[in-house]
Design a protein around this ligand. Sequence first.
Ligand code: SF4
Ligand code: SF4
Length: 375
Amino acid sequence: MARVHNWQIGREMSYWYPESRPEKQFAAVFDTNKCIACQTCTLACKTTWTSGKGQEYMLWNNVETKPYGSYPLAWDLKLLDMIGGSQWNGGVYEGQTIFESAPAGERVMGWKPEAQDYAYPNVGEDDCAGQVDGGAEFSLPHMAWFFYLARICNHCTYPACLASCPRGSIYKRPEDGIVLVDQGRCRGYQECVKGCPYKKVFFNPMTGTSEKCIACYPKMELGLQPQCFVNCIGKIRMAGYLSTPDKARADNPLDYLVHVRKIALPLYPQFGLEPNVYYIPPIHVPTPFLRQIFGPGVDAAVAAYRNAPNDDDLAGLLSLFGSTESVMTRWVRQGQEVAGVDDRGTTLVRVPLTEPVVERAAFDRVYQIMRHNCP
Ligand code: SF4
Ligand code: SF4
């Protein structure tokens, strides 16, 4: 085991391989406050990558309702039980990661789902925590709550799938940090399925190999965001590249949200993988629950998000979510307008902070037609 630095848990930890960061790291921010669980992302991925034989049960992208939803069944609860508690002291995680709690002779603390665990992708959908008694109304703050958690592979900095593969079939691309399974090397031992705490590697019984989200790398190489991002109805997603905290640039949209404003947080940072999909937490959910999922930064992130209407920079950047298919590597606010810019300095999109309201006349004199059903 090597000693590596994991900034999400504020300390060094043990990992199977020495620290080796890519030139740039594929990353994403999901705003959970905007997800409506329409599953368009799930289907955009399914029809693009996993419509073949042996892939029927695979959901490289899935959306589950928390607190009761999970795919596969209890993927997170089982592991939380196994690593035992999540002790944080400020920004430092004092419990054990899945690498540090690995049993003797194993590289990772993990478990392998049974076929039955994949049988209910929508278990717990729209189930509330707390009771809504007959005749009761929702009140603020919500006593009864749930929220939608969209999930893809996190293209982790310290992937457990990669660490646990005895054949070295899984690799992290040095050019963009995307984690891939070499289909030619894989022999289907499924150690990665057991090792990934997010359960984002799937075994294909028809090919005998493991498969996983590829971050739509053929699109990313062209400067385009993945399918589940550009098809997102709620415009909750933004893909790009994330720096380490010491190299954060305020004009990089993801750096700004994750490092500068700290409004987007990793999923179960205590597992120790430094996952690279970040979540803006849902502001209506009790913070003790959110701290367990997103770590100790939750309270500040929720406060910053609540204040976004008074914060032109934050409101502006949030307005750029879902505004273009291209990857924005830079953003800039000019007065009441915000722009997304690509690698070459080309302005991709401009969005006003406040959408103008346009009232259309009932009768269009130019075309001599009625624009409204009721004049
Ligand atoms: S989320 Fe799982 S499959 Fe994806 S890189 Fe991390 S450990 Fe590997
Ligand atoms: S497409 Fe977007 S809004 Fe719809 S479920 Fe997926 S992440 Fe949520």
